[in-house]
Design a protein around this ligand. Structure first.
Ligand SMILES: Cc1ncc(COP(=O)(O)O)c(C=O)c1O
Length: 382
């Protein structure tokens, strides 16, 4: 039987949830901002977590089941084989990114990113006391290799260390970097001795065409931070992994000594069960998302032809170019106050996010239609 995790839940059922998506705004606001899915839970996760609760199995995590299961998943979905001994468990991806940056650079060193990009990337660089250098994506949303080379050259001058925070696939544009682009990045990083830290939290959502950065030649010095949380909707059950390239094990040792950054035991149980037994559920999510993208395209063509959308398939997020609507740098503000629909704000993704808003399309067709209808209606209220 095929599963359709993103079908059938009503607004009333969803409003019983108490996570940030359903509590950040009053009930008359339709939330489409944060990256949570309006999905039925993964049956295998419900079973595994319920069993742990019944057994009182609520202590500290042990063992390497999460890394092993992620390894099996990577091999099956992407043909990427790696030794689970090259991974350490960590509480969440953002913590993993911070620790990875601290392991491969020193205070004041350059860390490069490519905006528009997931807002906490900026915070990670600032909080770790590194120097942020932005090499924005090209106008068609690809990595700007010439700008990256210039930034890598400048950042490693005088023998300093430098790193690049890669978002693979890219949030918010949903662009899936190609194997060729990643190979070109690896070549530049190798040439300048820049350490790449790849955030791959959205990767399991991609139906085809995803390339794990560590599966590209010349990435032995890189680190990947990943999790099953985004694809299986498990952000509330915290767990993630830092995986080291074959020459990056010393950085991994630094990270694994971090007291207090361990995942939750229930998180590990949940993520491991999802990766082991949630394959049909994930296939169903991928099918539902593909249909939702077609629906969104139709809705935009009909209701909002002035809004641009690249249609990326790397996440369940749609990066909407609202610059022709004449709503200024933060169109999401008008959508919220006049339309009662909450999108993620473009400027939160860096200066290149001005005039954009990010819509979460991991919901039912009914609620996706409602979100676009609300955006459309509020355009007349200016
Ligand atoms: C690119 C990216 N990295 C990290 C995260 C957050 O991960 P975590 O909750 O594991 O810190 C998100 C959440 O949406 C994300 O989009």
């Amino acid at each position: 039987m095929s599963l359709h995790p993103l079908r059938g839940l009503t607004l009333e059922q969803l409003q019983r949830r108490t996570s940030v998506k359903w509590r950040a705004y009053p009930p008359d606001v339709l939330p489409a901002f944060v990256a949570e899915m309006d999905a039925h839970p993964v049956p295998a996760v419900v079973e595994a977590v319920s069993r742990a609760m019944r057994d009182g199995d609520t202590g500290y995590p042990a063992g390497s089941s999460y890394a092993e299961q992620f390894g099996a998943f990577s091999e099956q979905r992407w043909g990427w084989r790696w030794d689970p001994a090259r991974a350490v468990p960590i509480i969440d991806v953002v913590t993993g990114l911070s620790l990875a940056i601290e392991a491969v650079t020193d205070r004041g060193d350059t860390v490069v990113l490519s905006s528009p990009v997931y807002g906490p990337f900026f915070m990670v660089i600032q909080r770790t006391g590194r120097t942020l250098v932005d090499t924005p994506l090209t106008t068609d949303g690809r990595l700007d290799l010439a700008a990256l080379e210039a930034a890598f050259a400048a950042g490693t001058r005088d023998g300093r260390r430098a790193a690049y925070l890669l978002c693979n696939p890219h949030n918010p544009t949903s662009v899936v970097h190609t194997a060729e682009e990643l190979a070109a990045l690896a070549d530049l990083a190798d040439r300048y001795g820049v350490r790449v830290v790849s955030d791959e939290i959205h990767a399991p959502l991609v139906a085809e065409g995803f390339t794990p950065y560590l599966d590209v030649l010349g990435t032995e010095q890189a680190l990947t931070v990943t999790s099953a949380s985004k694809a299986f909707n498990l952000a509330g059950l915290k767990a993630a992994l830092v995986v080291a390239g074959t020459h990056a094990l010393p950085a991994l040792a630094d990270i694994s000594h971090m007291v207090g950054a361990l995942p939750s035991h229930l998180g590990v149980i949940a993520h491991t069960a999802a990766l082991r037994d949630g394959g049909d559920w994930l296939d169903g999510v991928q099918e539902d998302l593909a249909e939702n993208r077609l629906l969104l395209r139709e809705l935009l063509n009909r209701e909002l032809p002035q809004v641009g959308w690249g249609g990326g398939v790397g996440t369940y997020l749609a990066w909407l170019d609202c610059r022709d609507l004449g709503l200024g740098d933060d169109p999401g503000e008008h959508f919220l106050t006049a339309g009662r629909v909450a999108l993620a704000r473009g400027p939160d993704f860096g200066p290149t996010g001005a005039g954009f808003a990010r819509l979460n399309l991991a919901t039912t067709p009914e609620l996706l239609t409602e979100a676009v209808t609300r955006i459309r209606s509020c355009l007349d209220q200016r």
